[in-house]
Write a protein that binds this ligand. Structure first.
Ligand SMILES: *[C@@H]1O[C@H](CO)[C@@H](O)[C@H](O)[C@H]1NC(C)=O
Length: 212
């Protein structure tokens, strides 16, 4: 019993300390091929930790364990990164302000996967956060079509394209749909264009939409 209590209080101490190493980044983020993506990120470290020779950081792809040599996406101490990220990554955040916001440009499908951040505060104070951001790379926009299409009733079609590259917002265009009302569009992390139309004049399969 005494042993259990000791174990419990030890666990609580460990939990308390580790809860100060925290990172925030979106669990899922999407972008289109050839576009860019900005992964917003902020991190925390225990107040007792004094950064030694500045605050540094590393972004890893795939998995968080440096001993398995995951591809380095970005490293603030050097500019050596994995081949597939050369010239593509830039840290937009200021690490001294605990901001690890990362930009990846010219995104390809090979960049889809999990991104982990590792804070390097010097000495033994290096920590890889277990939370990650999972990047999805789409090569065409998503389109939502209702499961059931009823004749003479309004049909709502929504085309979605991710909007996580601040320099270029996607422009969504519907093809072969000149006779339909103007789409409504709303900018969020997903840009959407919705069309309501009359199924009687709608082709059997809905027209595609594209992004530019
Ligand atoms: C982090 O840095 C980015 C890029 O400069 C900025 O847009 C964002 O607002 C910053 N986040 C916080 C929490 O300060």
């Amino acid at each position: 019993m005494w042993c259990l209590q000791l174990l419990l209080s030890l666990l609580m101490i460990i939990k308390d300390v580790s809860s100060q190493w925290n990172v925030w980044m979106p669990r899922d983020i999407s972008t289109m091929t050839n576009s860019c993506v900005v992964i917003p990120c902020t991190f925390m470290y225990p107040s007792g930790v004094r950064p030694y020779r500045g605050v540094h950081g590393i972004w890893y792809f795939g998995q968080p364990y440096p001993q398995f040599f995951p591809p380095v996406v970005f490293k603030s101490r050097t500019d050596i990164v994995h081949e597939s990220y050369k010239g593509r990554t830039r840290l937009l955040g200021d690490l001294a302000q605990r901001n690890c916001t990362l930009r990846i440009g010219s995104v390809g499908t090979e960049h889809a996967g999990r991104y982990y951040f590792r804070a390097d505060l010097g000495g033994a104070n290096i920590f890889t956060y277990p939370d990650f951001s999972e990047l999805k790379v789409l090569d065409q926009p998503n389109i939502d079509v209702p499961e059931e299409i009823v004749s003479n009733e309004n049909l709502e079609l929504t085309c979605y394209a991710p909007d996580n590259c601040p320099d270029v917002s996607p422009e969504i265009t519907w093809l072969y749909a000149e006779y339909l009302p103007d789409p409504s569009s709303s900018p969020t992390t997903w840009r959407r264009a919705t069309r309501r139309c009359c199924p009687a004049r709608w082709p059997s399969s809905p027209g595609p939409c594209t992004t530019e």
